[in-house]
Design a protein around this ligand. Structure first.
Ligand code: AMP
Ligand code: ZN
Length: 468
């Protein structure tokens, strides 16, 4: 399979460090408010990549952090009269509510910055000892950016350009404007940890380097995140990790494109965002997931009410097919699959190959979804009104459809309608018809139920039913 590597800017054959294993890291949210639909894009896509790699037989260790100490969290805590830990805990819980709604499985490990403090301090210490970092009198520690030879290699920016673009701030403790904080001295009222440089807290970039080393080792297979993280965050992670470990940090870098709204990045700072919570209240969670799969992860994707309605309609088609096949698997004819059913089943390997080929081509979920719909259309046709569907055929077709929806993590939103629900619904329709003196329709429904093996009994307590 091939993955587009942001580092080399081309598709490369994926070769794991250890055969059959995948070590993957994604930069997770800073937990100070509800996630918006833009934040959901990487979360959903990385979940799909992970599921696909598991389906291909990899044992995946997927680490996604929570940044739970940060200026924005502290600000929020002061506004709400809470501690920053309380704010972080609250929004971690909210994160899991949304992630579950979106069909995103918890990562293998969700480390928190506050629980990785020893490793963070160790790593800063190593960088100081190796001359890649320097403490200053205020108690901050900075990374000596110009000492790291590969600085700029991920974002493909020559150091001269970075230097001329760097903001010269009033902080004259830095040796160079490109240097960034590994450790920040505590200001009054802020949470702090004891360190060799006094009371303080980590800068943002260092936690990812520390967590990678702690949970995945010096070199990992895939590091992912939104494209806005390439610079400076990922560039800084590389500088920290490679300088400390003397080993390449990640073999593949994957970055998702932006979710836009009116062709502008959806972001908190622009105020043009919808929280996942609000979007889910209006359209449901699962259509948001489906919508994200409808485009390749590296292309920009435009958010609109219409696109979510389209996602709803597409999902409805999948649900209807599942319901229909489930019903026929219980109520179809006995015996071997029909010729029409068998013809679709004979194509199963071909469908699988095309689905895998799409996903193997840098996780082309859009093409994979097209293959899923081809399977569904073919299955629907094979058990259509002009056919005589069999239990065996419908069951095998259902299994085939679910193979693909499972890998993509779809059809988790609605429990399968049980036979009981279906019968109750038909009985209610029949009562309605009788009330309207539509005897023909009432009889038709009675016959439909009869064909399902259900006998109705009109009793004083209302209509009762039994299976023949
Ligand atoms: P932020 O809320 O900006 O800290 O972003 C958290 C994560 O969401 C990062 O991985 C970002 O790259 C990603 N992200 C934020 N906004 C968008 C967007 N509009 N489209 C895609 N990814 C985004
Ligand atoms: Zn990170």
């Amino acid at each position: 399979m091939e993955i587009f590597n942001s580092m080399t800017r081309r598709k490369e054959e994926f070769v794991p460090i250890e055969p059959g294993k995948l070590k993957m890291y994604a930069c997770g949210p800073t937990v100070y408010n509800l996630i918006h639909v833009g934040n959901a894009r990487p979360i959903i896509l990385f979940d799909v990549f992970r599921r696909y790699m598991e389906y291909r037989g990899y044992e995946v260790t997927f680490v996604q952090n929570f940044t739970d100490v940060d200026d924005k969290i502290i600000k929020r805590a002061n506004e709400e009269g809470l501690t920053s830990q309380q704010v972080a805990e609250k929004y971690i819980e909210e994160y899991f509510t949304d992630a579950k709604g979106l069909g995103v499985r918890p990562a293998t490990i969700h480390p928190k910055a506050t629980e990785t403090m020893d490793e963070i301090i160790d790593l800063v210490q190593t960088l100081v000892e190796k001359g890649y970092a320097y403490p200053v009198p205020s108690g901050d520690v900075y990374y000596r950016t110009l000492k790291f030879k590969g600085y700029g290699k991920l974002s493909h920016q020559p150091i001269e350009d970075l230097l001329s673009g760097a903001r010269i701030d009033v902080n004259d403790e830095k040796e160079n404007p490109l240097d960034f904080a590994l450790w920040k001295a505590a200001k009054p009222g802020e949470p702090y940890w004891e360190s060799p440089w006094g009371k303080g807290r980590p800068g943002w970039h260092i936690e990812c380097s520390a967590m990678n080393r702690k949970y995945l080792g010096k070199t990992i297979d895939i590091h992912c995140g939104g494209e806005d993280l390439q610079f400076p965050h990922h560039e800084n992670e590389i500088a920290q990790s490679e300088a400390a470990n003397d080993a390449p940090f990640a073999h593949y870098w994957m970055h998702n494109g932006f979710l836009n709204i009116d062709n502008k990045k959806m972001s908190k700072s622009l105020g043009n965002f919808f929280t996942v919570r609000d979007a889910a209240a209006a359209y449901g969670y699962e259509p948001i997931r489906f919508f994200m799969l409808s485009a390749h992860y590296r292309t920009p994707l435009n958010y609109s009410a219409e696109s979510l309605q389209q996602a709803q309609a597409a999902l409805d088609r999948l649900y209807t097919a599942r319901e229909n096949l489930t019903f026929l698997a219980q109520n179809g004819a006995d015996g071997e699959p029909t010729e029409a059913e068998q013809a679709v089943l004979n194509q199963a390997d071909d469908f699988r190959q095309r689905f895998d080929a799409a996903m193997d081509d840098d996780f082309n979920t859009a093409d994979a979804v097209s293959v899923l719909f081809e399977v569904v259309r073919a299955a629907n046709k094979a058990v259509g009104p002009d056919q005589k569907p069999t239990k065996a055929g419908a069951e095998a077709l259902l299994k085939l459809v679910l193979e693909f929806t499972d890998v993509l993590g779809l059809l988790y939103g609605k429990e399968e309608e049980s036979l009981d629900d279906k019968v109750e619904a038909l009985i209610a329709q029949r009562q309605e018809a009788r009330k309207n003196k539509n005897w023909a329709e009432a009889d038709r429904i009675r016959d439909e139920l009869k064909a399902m093996g259900i006998t109705l009994m009109d009793t004083k307590q209302g209509v009762q039913w039994k299976k023949d």
